[in-house]
Write a protein that binds this ligand. Structure first.
Ligand code: SF4
Length: 223
């Protein structure tokens, strides 16, 4: 199973300041999964090192601007994000770097002004904004330490490896019942329709991981 990963989590240099922020926990997943590195900013030709970018508040929304000169960069980064998603329709799991204006999942700061450090909220980066509209599992790097996420990840891997919803459902029924007895019974009726089964399975895992994190108080950045 292929997993898209913010490139800076598994290699460097990618960060704007060329700092190494790679994570051993994420890297170790490469033993069991195919990790596909993607850096929206480097793919957009912004280079390393580069001037940092930030969301700056504007009315009810925010612009994504280069800190040094206020150049708007949202459209440029969004283009490479859409191209990546178009080229990799099979990728259903994304592990993304927190707090980044390109990759952060509700954790990117929204600054009051281009040149000041005061910020008034947090938002989704360019990539997760696109992913929100799709039926995929997306988490930030700290989730890799979460046993619930890891359990969901390996269950999903088993689903794709078997390519047989009926056998998966039979052998993972106990896990699915733990996640949601109601959805488990719905899935039971979809084993002959693998595409529908896959969609509901991902939706279920996505909601479960989010719920578990909220229950454990680990979604502090999200609103
Ligand atoms: S957080 Fe995203 S945009 Fe920033 S260096 Fe990592 S992969 Fe690139």
């Amino acid at each position: 199973m292929r997993i898209a990963v913010s490139a800076c989590l598994i290699a460097h240099p990618y960060r704007y300041n060329a700092q190494d922020v790679s994570s051993d926990r994420v890297k170790v997943l490469g033993k069991d999964f195919e990790l596909v590195a993607f850096c929206p900013e480097v793919w957009a030709g912004m280079g390393v090192p580069r001037e940092p970018i930030r969301f700056v508040k504007s009315g009810t929304g925010a612009y994504l601007l280069r800190s040094s000169d206020g150049r708007a960069l949202y459209g440029r980064i969004k283009r490479v994000v859409l191209e990546f998603l178009k080229r990799n329709p099979d990728i259903k799991v994304f592990i993304l770097k927190s707090k980044s204006p390109s990759c952060g999942i509700g954790s990117a700061k929204v600054y009051e002004h281009l040149k000041e450090e005061a910020f008034s909220g947090r938002t989704y980066g360019v990539l997760p904004r696109e992913l929100k509209r799709r039926n995929v599992l997306m988490v930030e790097e700290d989730s890799v330490a979460d046993p619930d996420f890891i359990e969901a990840l390996y269950a999903l891997k088993e689903f794709y490896t078997r390519k047989d919803a009926a056998s998966f459902h039979r052998d993972f029924r106990r896990f699915l019942m733990k996640v949601s007895p109601y959805v488990c019974s719905k899935l039971a009726n979809l084993t002959s329709r693998p595409n529908d089964y896959e969609k509901l399975l991902i939706l279920l895992l996505k909601r479960w991981i989010r719920l578990r994190r909220l229950q454990k108080g680990e979604d502090k950045h999200r609103k």
